[in-house]
Design a protein around this ligand. Structure first.
Ligand code: SAH
Ligand code: SF4
Ligand code: F3S
Length: 455
């Protein structure tokens, strides 16, 4: 294949964008582009963008804006805005980035190759925000899965029908649609053959997998994925509390490969705010689901997403969110200050909260969670936890002693998604190792391997 030069891809946003960027990279590779991590070397620069909050959107524009000068020096350099901001902005993107060549919306990825060919034959400023029924149907090329990649994302559905009032996703990703289970399982088989041991199944609301198509349920999909040889762990995100079924809770308990960890975004602890957000559950319903989960799967790790400063959020509402954190005892949270998105309905709501107040609330919430997380991490001291080895640690722990030539400090994760560092002279990437936890910190655990690991 004739070389087309180098491609640089910058990915902003959620795990689905990471997955989408892998697909874009595969298309570029098939067109003869070689991957580069040096943007000055690039002949094509792609920014896969996120519109969820103002800051993410600004990051995309400022990244792409930087290439004006490079394009003057190298006129054949192609610049592409892909993903959610591209879908949202359409041709308006050229106003802010006049040197942009291609605006590739979220449903236009399957047409990426043909747009590149058109640009190379002289067309300029292509916009494709048209819908498509095709959700990724291309399989990963074994050669593209780099060695040592132990964990990969697999998107199982696109879009969202929930219309939470603060969120742009339904507008930029379109209606919910699911991939066939056959293509998902085939993709995971290919990944397993290349050494991948853990897959995270992705969708905005995985609990409603296959609902529109009338296919198998998400719990049934988990069972099929669990049968793939070579895969030792299965994770998934995101579950919507209103659709969390008993069948799914049962699948988490019954299927050994499904990690005992659930990411269940609550967004707020106040019923008034949950209603204005259109979340479809109350604090009580959320807490009762958590209770069911804790009863069915004792020790299950829980994480959540929270928005502070939603329009009309009073100090009392905020304190309801704070108290929910302590009541549930999440292992981790992802908290955000409400960011006004003009295409989402909440943008029209009155009583927008002052920016400074939002930041104060965010900091209070994060400080409280740090205490909860550290406490939860300390609770596992002394326990033996199974760790999937991901590689060599970047930083050495004070207790690390090199007792043999091969001894290294390795890092991996527990099924509950906690990072563990440990010394070993035998553990290899992809191994499952039993580690006794000796020390616990806010962001990681330190332990000693119990015995020689098994693959
Ligand atoms: N589908 C998932 C997550 C989607 S986006 C769900 O329903 O939970 C990831 C997170 O970004 C959301 O859970 C929410 O906490 C946050 N988010 C979405 N829109 C936002 C906004 N306008 N401002 C601040 N945070 C937002
Ligand atoms: Fe956005 Fe709500 Fe859909 Fe999640 S469920 S993507 S927060 S609209
Ligand atoms: Fe962002 Fe789009 Fe994901 S808006 S969070 S990249 S679905």
């Amino acid at each position: 294949m004739q070389s087309n030069g180098y491609a640089y891809i910058n990915t902003i946003g959620c795990q689905m964008n990471v997955y989408d960027s892998e697909k874009l990279a595969a298309i570029l590779k098939a067109l003869g582009f070689r991957h580069t991590t040096d943007m000055d070397q690039a002949d094509i620069v792609v920014c896969n963008t996120c519109a969820i909050r103002h800051k993410a959107e600004e990051k995309a524009f400022s990244f792409l804006g930087r290439f004006a000068k490079a394009k003057r020096k190298k006129p054949r350099l192609l610049t592409v805005m892909a993903g959610c901001v591209a879908q949202q902005e359409g041709k308006k993107a050229f106003k802010r980035v006049p040197h942009l060549d291609l605006v590739l919306g979220t449903q236009a990825f399957s047409r990426f190759g043909q747009h590149i060919a058109a640009l190379q034959s002289g067309r300029r400023q292509i916009v494709d925000t048209a819908p498509s029924d095709v959700i990724f149907d291309t399989m990963p090329d074994k050669a593209d899965v780099s060695e040592n990649q132990v964990s990969r994302f697999v998107t199982i559905m696109q879009g969202c029908d929930n219309f939470c009032t603060y969120c742009v996703v339904p507008y930029v990703r379109g209606r919910e649609r699911s991939r066939s289970w056959e293509s998902i399982v085939e993709e995971i088989r290919i990944l397993a053959d290349t050494g991948v041991r853990e897959v995270t199944l992705l969708g905005q609301n995985v609990n409603s997998y296959g609902r529109r198509e009338g296919g198998i349920s998400f719990a049934d999909l988990l069972e099929k994925v669990a049968r793939v040889a070579g895969i030792s762990r299965i994770r998934f995100a995101t579950s919507h509390p209103k659709d969390l079924s008993c069948e799914l809770i049962q699948a988490i308990t019954d299927l050994d490969k499904v990690c005992s960890h659930l990411h269940l975004p609550v967004q707020s602890g106040s019923d008034r705010i949950l209603k204005k957000m259109n979340r479809g559950y109350t604090r009580e319903i959320y807490l009762s689901r958590i209770n069911d989960l804790k009863n069915a799967c004792p020790g299950i790790a829980l994480s959540t997403d929270i928005i502070v400063g939603f329009p009309g959020e009073t100090r009392t509402d905020f304190h309801d969110t704070m108290s929910l954190l302590t009541e549930v005892g999440f292992d981790a949270i992802f908290a955000f200050a409400y960011s006004d998105r003009s295409s989402a309905p909440a943008s029209k709501f009155s009583d927008q909260v002052d920016e400074k107040e939002k930041m104060d609330r965010l900091n209070q919430l994060l400080a409280l969670q740090d205490q909860v997380t550290e406490e939860k991490n300390k609770q596992v001291k002394g326990q033996v936890m199974q760790v999937l080895v991901e590689g060599v640690s970047a930083k050495q722990h004070a207790d690390f002693v090199k007792t043999s030539d091969n001894m290294q400090q390795m890092t991996g994760r527990t099924a509950s998604n906690k990072v563990v560092h440990f010394p070993s002279d035998t553990a290899a990437v992809g191994d499952l190792v039993d580690i006794q936890i000796m020390d616990a910190y806010l962001h990681s655990l330190w332990g000693q391997p119990l015995e020689r690991q098994t693959s």
